[in-house]
Design a protein around this ligand. Structure first.
Ligand SMILES: NC(=O)c1ccc[n+]([C@@H]2O[C@H](COP(=O)([O-])OP(=O)(O)OC[C@H]3O[C@@H](n4cnc5c(N)ncnc54)[C@H](OP(=O)(O)O)[C@@H]3O)[C@@H](O)[C@H]2O)c1
Length: 211
């Protein structure tokens, strides 16, 4: 059985992904900076590694086949953390994945990361960081799939998405649960390497559009 490392496993999408991996009895390792955030999973087979993404976390990659990078600095921190987590920690994760000969690296990026010049907004530095992290992964030689969700919501997941960019920002929103479901679907496939998907709330089953 292959083993999956979830980086950012204590985050909102990260927790949804990790919980499902535990429930479906997948071999998984969660990387978190504060173990207590996964207390509810302590009786499970989940392996938890504590590490700060601002330091060396290469040890978390021992024996890992698949990586899901779902960490992020969050909206309440400044440009320093955007640089250190969304860009630099993602870059380090790619380097560690390459050294560990990882077979699949799924990056949770963001809508707008394809072309940060296209919008004038406060989040441009964040989009630049995501853009450069995505570019680094794409050039690394590590087998990758990148997802770029629209604005995240905590609404109930519908299991329905679209990958066609809607015209209005309102229509671009997607529940975190549906991003988690999409990432887990990609994890289950071995023919989506090299693909980049924008993800929005929609009307199509995940397995019908992520091809
Ligand atoms: N918000 C949006 O609308 C939007 C849209 C598109 C894409 N995204 C991207 O989607 C991804 C996931 O979103 P989310 O809502 O699930 O994010 P989240 O809840 O903020 O989770 C972020 C994760 O990153 C971890 N992290 C941050 N700094 C760390 C550090 N120094 N060391 C170890 N872990 C660290 C956090 O750990 P702690 O739990 O310890 O804080 C947490 O597990 C992010 O990459 C985000 O940029 C967001």
């Amino acid at each position: 059985m292959s083993k999956t490392l979830v980086i950012g496993a204590s985050g909102q999408i990260g927790q949804l992904i990790t919980k499902t991996l535990v429930e479906t009895e997948e071999d998984a390792r969660a990387l978190v900076r504060d173990k207590s955030k996964l207390d509810h999973l302590e009786d499970s087979d989940l392996e938890i590694v504590e590490a700060d993404l601002e330091g060396d976390f290469s040890h978390a990659f021992d024996g890992i086949d698949n990586v899901i990078f779902v960490a992020g600095s969050g909206g309440s921190t400044g440009a320093d953390k955007t640089l250190l987590i969304d860009l630099w920690a993602a870059k380090k994760a790619v380097d560690y994945a390459k050294a560990a000969n990882v077979k699949q690296f799924i990056m949770v990026s963001s809508i707008g990361a394809d072309d940060p010049e296209a919008i004038e907004s406060d989040i441009k530095p964040y989009l630049v960081a995501k853009h450069m992290a995505d570019q680094y992964l794409m050039a690394s030689g590590v087998p990758f799939t990148i997802v770029r969700p629209g604005p995240l919501t905590n609404e109930k997941g519908q299991g329905k998405i679209t990958i066609k960019r809607p015209n209005s920002r309102e229509e671009m929103a997607i529940p975190r649960a549906d991003v988690a479901k999409s990432v887990l679907f990609i994890l289950s496939k071995d023919d989506l390497n090299g693909k980049i998907f924008e993800l929005f709330g929609g009307t199509y089953d995940v397995d019908n559009v992520l091809v």
